[in-house]
Ligand binder design. Sequence first.
Ligand code: NOJ
Length: 452
Amino acid sequence: MTVNIGKDRFPEGFVWGSATASFQVEGAAWTDGRGESIWDRFCRTPGKVAAGHTGDIACDHYHLWKQDISLMKDLGMQAYRFSTAWPRVIPGGRGPVNKAGLDFYDRLVDGLLEAGIVPFTTLFHWDLPQALQDEGGWVNRNIVEAFGVYAEQVVKRLGDRVKHWMTHNEIPCFIGLGYGNGPHAPGLDVSRKDLNRAYHNAFLSHGLAVRIVREFARKDAEVGLVNNPLIPVPLAETPAHLDAARKAFIRIGANLNEPIFKGAYAPWWLEEQGADAPDIRDGDMEIISSPTDFLGINVYSGVFVEPSEDPAGYRVLPFPKGYPNLALPWLKPVPQALYWCCRYYREAYGIRKSYITEAGCACEDERDESGRIIDLARVQWLRDHVREAHRAVRDGLGLAGFFQWSLLDNFEWAEGYLKRFGMVYVDYGTQERIPKESAYLYKEIIRTGMIV
Ligand code: NOJ
């Protein structure tokens, strides 16, 4: 007897896929005219990336893309989210376009479509051309125009075939962790004023890219931002806790959500920033809040919240010692975060359609004597998260798809290759790909459209 037939079925058309990003998988860092990115430089700055790893070879996806498409096909993948590398397309950040770089993405898109896999393209997943960083990077407003030129090149080249576009991936990471004394490239610690400038420029360039997709991609194209909100989860699902968690969601994410989805920075937030508030020019807020078609949400964890007598109305609870976590300290499994972020975005910002553009976990994956990778922690993680995705669908929250991070083990930023997020194991010595046990479970979930 099959246990789950007819129950927990995902609707026809729900999109199942996996995601990667250019710097993390492509390799071929100095091939066919690609320019230097801030991550190439950062990897060569002593002490910044674990074990001195670089993106030079990564998963060699630049050369092995055909094989990787076959792998996706074998695993039943319906869609593939990848990013285009700015330094491959415009090596100097601004100036001449590198035809060979665009040709690569052209081949990739054609290959995907031939295999019946829908391409979802992200324009910026952190690999900023170093030449632009030398001018101040995201802190310098001139970057907005340069990003527009780059985005236009990509959209004009691929936009006849690519229907699904994402502007930026995780602005809080590439700005906050890159310029705010965090562990990411370019590894700066700028003033609060400059940090706010950098966010504002990233928001502007997002809005500009939305307009570029509208203008140059196929008429039925859809475009959105990918965000990674901190997700407050009600400790108990009672009205008082839900209310507290919603308040926390709005307050914690205000600096990004209010300008992008409401067209204005929150007055209390501006007041808090004082003289450090971003300089807003005429027309900025209209560009920043250009209407989008969907929101991409990356979900890795959440925080528990309870009601409080404080003026804020909520309290974020610390994780106690012994709360489980996967292979990184911040990877605390909170599967219901997936459901709640869809719900808050819908309730607080009227987001009608969303995709989980990333959800994943790093585990201590090892091949056993028979060569299998029995990643039971990821199996459990996957089932728990897909269940929450189903709950979001069932409650009519507009969730349209789920992309697992990542197709392959890959370059995990400051962790180098030491942390493995793939559904497929990569032997970096030989570039052999070996699907982990969880990949077979995912395949079966996709095939049946159910939580099996
Ligand atoms: C989100 C980022 O988009 C991705 O690049 C990264 O590898 C995963 N988080 C895991 O940390």
